[in-house]
Design a protein around this ligand. Structure first.
Ligand SMILES: [Zn+2]
Length: 208
C-alpha cells in the first residue's frame, strides 16, 4: 500500500500540475480577451477638426414631453440643413448628438456625416444640450438657466469620449460662440467647469 501510494502521488501531482497549467492558460486567454474587449479601438475615421458645444435654445419639453432628436429634426427641416447618407436616409438635424436634461444622449446625424451646426465648420462634431441657457432668450420660460447636473455630466462624458476617439485635445473643443456671432450655448453654460471636467475625464482615460 505504502509503495502504491508512493507511485500514485506523483501522478496525482502531475495531474494537478497539468490542471493548474491548463487553468492558468484559460485564465490568461480570458484575461487577454477581456483586455481586448475593454480596450477601445483606436480607429482613424473620417477626420473631425474639433467639437462644438451648443444648446438648442428651446424649452426642454414640448407639449409636456422631453424634446427629442425628432423635434429638432423637424425644426432644422425648415432651415434646409439636410444631408443624405449613403443608405438614402436623410437627416435634417444639424447636430451629431443631443442631450436631454435627464442626461439621455440622443443621436442626431451619424458621426461620419458633416455637421450643420456651426457656419463654416462642417468638419466639426456638434453636441447640443437641449434647453435654453441664455438669460435674454430664456426669460424664465424655457426651463433651467444652466444645464442640470445629469445633463452636464452626460455632455462631459460624451465630449471626452469623442475627443479621445478622434484623437483631439481640449484645444479643439469649442463653444459655438467661440466660432460665430451667437450667444450659444448661453451665458448660463458653465464653461470653466465643463472644460475642467472634460480634461479630467480625458486624463483619466489615458491610463487605460
Ligand atoms: Zn449653437
Amino acid at each position: 500500500m505504502a509503495a502504491g501510494y508512493g507511485i500514485v502521488m506523483p501522478v496525482a501531482q502531475r495531474r494537478l500540475l497539468l490542471i493548474s497549467v491548463v487553468l492558468l492558460c484559460v485564465g490568461a486567454g480570458a484575461g487577454l480577451l477581456w483586455l481586448r474587449r475593454d480596450t477601445p479601438p483606436r480607429p482613424a475615421p473620417r477626420s473631425h477638426r474639433g467639437i462644438v458645444i451648443h444648446h438648442t435654445a428651446t424649452a426642454p419639453t414640448a407639449g409636456g414631453q422631453p424634446v427629442t432628436a425628432a423635434t429638432i429634426d423637424a425644426m432644422h427641416r425648415r432651415r434646409g440643413f439636410h444631408v443624405t447618407d449613403r443608405d438614402g436616409t436623410t437627416y435634417h438635424v444639424g447636430y451629431h448628438y443631443l442631450i436631454q436634461q435627464d442626461g439621455t444622449v440622443l443621436v442626431g446625424r451619424p458621426e461620419h456625416l458633416p455637421g450643420a451646426h456651426t457656419r463654416g465648420y462642417p468638419d466639426m462634431l456638434g453636441i447640443a444640450l437641449i434647453g435654453d441657457f441664455h438669460r435674454a432668450s430664456n426669460r424664465g420660460r424655457r426651463g433651467p438657466l444652466a444645464p442640470p447636473p445629469a445633463q452636464l455630466a452626460a455632455a462631459e462624458r460624451l465630449t471626452a469620449a469623442l475627443l479621445r476617439k478622434y484623437r483631439l485635445t481640449t484645444g479643439q473643443l469649442y463653444l459655438h460662440r467661440d466660432l460665430g456671432q451667437t450667444a450659444c450655448p448661453g451665458d448660463g453654460f458653465p464653461r470653466r467647469a465643463f472644460y475642467a471636467d472634460v480634461a479630467m475625464l480625458l486624463a483619466r482615460s489615458e491610463d487605460w
